[in-house]
Design a protein around this ligand. Structure first.
Ligand code: B12
Length: 249
């Protein structure tokens, strides 16, 4: 149901407040375990809560799916997101802007830091084959891409950024267990801030499916990109920050 900016979830009939939720409890499957799942859902504001699926997950664990009604409403006016604040450019426009604005190629150094070996995301942005029908940054004639791949240490990233005279570093973090993505990113940002004078340091961009795009300042980086990002968005952002904004300034 929608009343202006107020929304209620929708399952079977409009405005019925029905939601579906899945989680695992560290308990062997039994009737008591299903009762525990319903109790948890109740405590989360789901009432009635129907356990629609319960699957043993090895000894001592059960996976649940619960379907039920929440009374909460959401207010669209109070939602906070990072809207795109730069124009989307075609590869041709990006190349032209860099050529005329920088008069040299724009250099990006990218990779996955820490123990993270999930390279598909950063490759989607950097590799020529790209993502979602868009070519990656390697396709752009005026962008030089240095893709360091998986498990790059922060000191190595700083070293390569220096060697390459990077305009931007692009870092991917997919594993979020124990907030690894947050700690690794903060370590990276601190290392770059220490290694460079503030007016010389490369633009720091991080991305990954579980990043909250509103966290850039908390992470100490210039921009955060999340799931579904396309190479064109990244190329446009880099052009906006490294070419257009500097030209205006
Ligand atoms: C493929 C995969 C692997 C492959 C990775 C191969 C490779 N070369 O990348 C392998 C098998 C090696 C692997 C291993 C592991 N994996 Co894995 N893996 C996945 C899987 C199935 C897909 C990830 C993927 O490729 N997505 C596709 C890309 C295109 O999406 P993306 O990364 O989100 O990238 C997009 C955006 O986020 C953004 N983006 C990403 N990075 C960047 C960077 C920048 C700069 C920008 C601008 C944008 C950007 O742009 C991209 C395009 O839109 C996910 C589950 C899932 N379905 O997501 C689990 C998953 C990520 N893996 C997981 C785990 C736990 C592991 C292991 C720890 C398992 C284990 N116990 O060994 C290991 C860890 C290995 C390591 N050292 O990192 C968990 C992570 C849980 C968590 N919250 O931390 C997941 C979510 C599975 C799960 N549900 O448990 N994995």
């Amino acid at each position: 149901m929608s009343e202006g900016s107020i929304l209620r979830p929708y399952g079977d009939t409009t405005g019925d407040g029905m939601v579906q939720l899945s989680f695992t409890l560290p308990v062997a499957h039994s009737k008591v375990a299903e009762g525990a799942a319903a109790q948890l859902a109740n405590k989360m504001g789901i009432d009635p809560a129907l356990v629609v699926h319960a699957q043993p997950m090895g000894p001592g664990f059960t996976f649940f799916v619960v379907y039920g009604r929440v009374n909460h409403l959401v207010d669209l006016d109070k939602v906070e997101v990072v809207e795109r604040d730069y124009p989307l450019l075609s590869p041709k426009e990006v190349n032209l802007a860099i050529r005329s604005g920088l008069r040299r190629r724009l250099v990006v150094v990218g990779g996955c830091i820490g123990t993270d070996a999930h390279t598909v995301g950063i490759d989607a942005i950097l590799n020529i084959k790209g993502f979602a029908g868009e070519k990656g940054l390697e396709y752009y004639r005026e962008i030089k891409v240095v893709n360091l791949g998986a498990q790059v240490s922060v000191p190595r990233l700083v070293e390569r950024a220096r060697e390459e005279k990077a305009d931007a570093v692009l870092v991917s973090q997919v594993v979020t267990q124990r907030d690894a993505h947050v700690h690794n990113t903060q370590e990276m940002s601190a290392a770059f801030r220490e290694a460079y004078p503030s007016d010389r340091r490369p633009l720091m961009v991080v991305g990954g499916p579980r990043f909250d795009e509103t966290m850039a300042s908390q992470l100490g980086v210039d921009r955060v990109f999340s799931r579904g990002t396309t190479p064109g968005e990244v190329a446009s952002y880099l052009t906006h920050r490294l070419v257009e904004s500097r030209r205006t300034a």
